[in-house]
Design a protein around this ligand. Structure first.
Ligand SMILES: Cc1ncc(COP(=O)(O)O)c(C=O)c1O
Length: 369
């Protein structure tokens, strides 16, 4: 149905850059540099300065980027890593992959990111790192997080999977902690045509470790310094991402303009719109509103052909997979209420005013029904 509004529209973006992408992919095929290689190196050369970092290292996914950054920061068995339960499970699984224990701190209910003031109370002698998640495209409160981390001598690894180009007090996501971890999953603000990720850092030792760990721990071919992984970024993703680097700022501004339009159009509609804090550049990977009848509103929007998402319906501390952590309802109340109330509206750079008006008309008609 032509008057449906999709939650994301990857085809619209491909159509807008089809000639450039097709040419780059054909050249990649011709080069046969299918794993790492020329196009991945070209992309890394662009992505490092974009994130205001000295180094960017392409990885097979955002999850592998997190895993490698944590390992390179020295996180291992018996250690604790502090993060929030209001995130995609990958943030927490990466900690678990290292043999470390995730320690949760509740979110600040306005920004949906870790409550920096509450981190101090979660630090123990086993704490090895803090993993703030720049959720939905808005960065966590990095200055107090860095202050606490530096005072206790623990590393900060930024989960920037949703925050390409986001800023905190003028500094880019991925440039403030010891490392930043990005995802290029197709629907992300910078999306590959398959899986992909990157670690960004200005620390030479972190860069060297990730460089080795992503490719079997080898310093040079068949000389394995570390027990590493097959976490390499594919050449084809390097080719696609290199093309997309020329457009990422335009797309980010289009997302921000679309978010500002939603903010205006939704005024007085009964849903709470997301808040961009004054010292941040929110890049709106997700435009999440809050409502006390989420199930009702989502069903109503589905009926009207509006695609929606829920990021995320179950906080990680209540996921069955992490039952071993022995948490229960009430442990992280802000995260639990957010999980019950958030609803993500259609958001992508190509969304038109007319599509947004259709979304908002549907939201408002729920308020009246
Ligand atoms: C906050 C967050 N962290 C980590 C990841 C993992 O990234 P990937 O799916 O590329 O492994 C994602 C993406 O899904 C994410 O949203």
């Amino acid at each position: 149905m032509s008057d449906q509004v999709p939650f994301v529209d990857l085809r619209a973006q491909y159509q807008s850059i089809k000639a450039e992408i097709d040419e780059a992919v054909l050249a990649l095929l011709d080069s046969t540099q299918f794993v790492l290689g020329r196009d991945v190196a070209a992309f890394e050369t662009l992505f490092a300065p974009y994130t205001e970092s000295a180094h960017a290292l392409g990885t097979s996914s955002g999850t592998s980027a997190l895993h490698l950054a944590l390992l390179a920061a020295g996180v291992g068995r018996g250690d604790e890593v502090i993060t929030t339960p209001h995130t995609f499970i990958a943030s927490v699984s990466a900690i678990d992959y290292c043999g470390a224990t995730p320690v949760f701190v509740d979110i600040d209910p306005v920004s949906f990111t870790i409550d920096a003031e509450a981190i101090e109370g979660a630090i123990t002698e086993r704490t090895k790192a803090i993993l703030p998640v720049h959720l939905y495209g808005q960065m966590a409160d990095m200055d107090p997080i860095m202050e606490i981390a530096n005072r206790h001598g623990v590393a900060v690894i930024e989960d920037a999977a949703q925050a390409h180009g986001a800023e905190y007090r003028g500094r880019r996501a991925g440039s403030i902690g010891l490392a930043g971890c990005f995802s290029f999953y197709p629907g992300k603000n910078l999306g590959a045509y398959g899986e992909g990720g990157a670690v960004t850092t200005s620390d030479a030792q972190m860069a060297r470790m990730v460089h080795m760990l992503r490719d079997w721990g080898a310093e040079e071919k068949y000389h394995h310094v570390l027990k590493g992984f097959n976490y390499r970024l594919e050449g084809m993703q390097g080719a696609v991402l290199t093309v997309k680097m020329a457009h990422i700022e335009g797309w980010t501004e289009a997302r921000r303009a679309a978010a500002a339009r939603y903010d205006d159009l939704l005024a007085g509609s009964g849903v709470e719109v997301p808040k961009q804090l004054a010292d941040r550049r929110h890049v709106y990977h997700v435009y999440a509103v809050r409502t006390d009848d989420r199930a009702g509103l989502q069903a109503h929007l589905t009926e009207h052909g509006i695609g929606t998402g829920i990021h995320y319906p179950i906080p990680v501390h209540l996921q069955e997979a992490f039952a071993e952590l022995d948490h229960g309802r009430g442990d992280f109340p802000h995260a639990e209420v957010a999980a019950d109330e958030v609803l993500s509206l259609p958001m992508f750079p190509e969304i038109t005013l007319e599509q947004q008006e259709r979304v908002v008309t549907a939201v408002r008609s729920f308020g009246r029904s």
